[in-house]
Design a protein around this ligand. Structure first.
Ligand code: BTN
Length: 232
C-alpha cells in the first residue's frame, strides 16, 4: 500500500497536521514525519518535548470505530518488536499507551480519532532516540543510551512504516490474541499500583488487560475493570 509521506524539518505538531489534512484537505491516509516539533503534544494536554534527534511520527487512516481499542495495544506491540530488533532488553508496555525500557519511558503514543464523514484514527508516536527530557513524574531514557549506538532515524521510520502497512492498517484483529501478547509484556503486572480516574485514586494489584482491552484492578477481594484513566 502506498501512503503519501509528508516530511518536515520543523512543525508545530505532526498530529495537528494530520487533523488538518483530513478535515481541510480531504487527504485520508498518510504519514507525517518531522525533525522537530514546536508544539508537540502528549496525552492529558501535556507538552511533548520535541528537540532534533528524536522521532516524531504520525500515521493516519480510516478505521472502523470498533477496532480502536485493539489498535492501541497492537501499536504498542509493533513498536516493541521494532525496539527488540535493536537488541534492546526489558521492554515493557505501560497501560494505556507507553513503552518503557528498564522501567524508564522511551516512547509515548497519542492516539486520537476524528469523524469527518468517516471515522479516522491518528496515531502519533514519539520515541526518544538521541535524548530524553527530565520529567518529575517518571524516569525517562533514550535509544542511543540503551543500545550504546547511534540509531539511524530513517531506518527507524522505515521499520515503523513497514509494521503499520503489514500488520496494522486494514488488518483483521483478534483482541483476545492481542491482549494475550500484551499481558506478557505489561509494565507493573501483578504489582501494587495507584490508578486514577475522574480525580479518584484506586489502589490495588494490576492484573493486566481483559479480552475487551479493559484494565483489571484487583482490590478489596474483587476485580474492577477500567477502560479509561491512568496509572499514577
Ligand atoms: C504521551 O506519552 O503523552 C504521548 C506523546 C506523543 C508524542 C507524539 S510525537 C508525534 C506526535 N505529535 C504530537 O504532537 N504528539 C505525538
Amino acid at each position: 500500500m502506498s501512503l503519501p509521506i509528508f516530511n518536515f524539518t520543523k512543525i508545530e505538531s505532526t498530529n495537528d497536521f494530520a487533523r488538518s489534512l483530513i478535515t481541510e484537505h480531504k487527504i485520508f491516509k498518510g504519514i507525517i514525519i518531522a525533525d522537530e516539533q514546536t508544539k508537540g503534544r502528549g496525552r492529558y494536554g501535556n507538552q511533548w518535548s520535541s528537540p532534533i534527534g528524536n522521532l516524531y511520527f504520525t500515521i493516519f487512516f480510516p478505521i472502523l470505530r470498533t477496532n480502536l481499542k485493539k489498535i492501541q495495544f497492537l501499536v504498542q506491540l509493533q513498536i516493541r518488536n521494532i525496539l527488540k530488533s535493536y537488541k534492546i532488553k526489558n521492554i515493557t508496555l505501560k497501560w494505556p499507551n507507553d513503552l518503557y525500557i528498564n522501567k524508564k519511558k522511551v516512547c509515548g503514543i497519542l492516539q486520537e480519532s476524528i469523524v469527518s464523514g468517516r471515522f479516522f484514527l491518528i496515531v502519533g508516536i514519539g520515541i526518544n532516540v538521541k535524548s530524553s527530557p527530565k520529567i518529575k513524574k517518571y524516569p525517562t531514557t533514550y535509544l542511543n543510551k540503551e543500545t550504546k549506538k547511534k540509531i539511524n532515524l530513517n531506518e527507524l521510520v522505515e521499520k515503523l512504516k513497514k509494521a503499520f502497512v503489514s500488520n496494522v492498517i486494514d488488518k483483521k484483529y483478534s483482541l483476545k490474541k492481542i491482549a494475550k501478547d500484551w499481558n506478557k509484556y505489561a509494565f507493573n503486572k501483578n504489582k501494587f499500583i495507584n490508578f486514577k480516574i475522574n480525580n479518584k485514586i484506586y489502589k490495588g494489584i494490576f492484573k493486566g488487560i481483559n479480552n475487551n482491552g479493559a484494565l483489571i484492578l484487583e482490590h478489596n477481594n474483587h476485580k474492577d475493570y477500567f477502560t479509561h484513566g491512568s496509572l499514577v
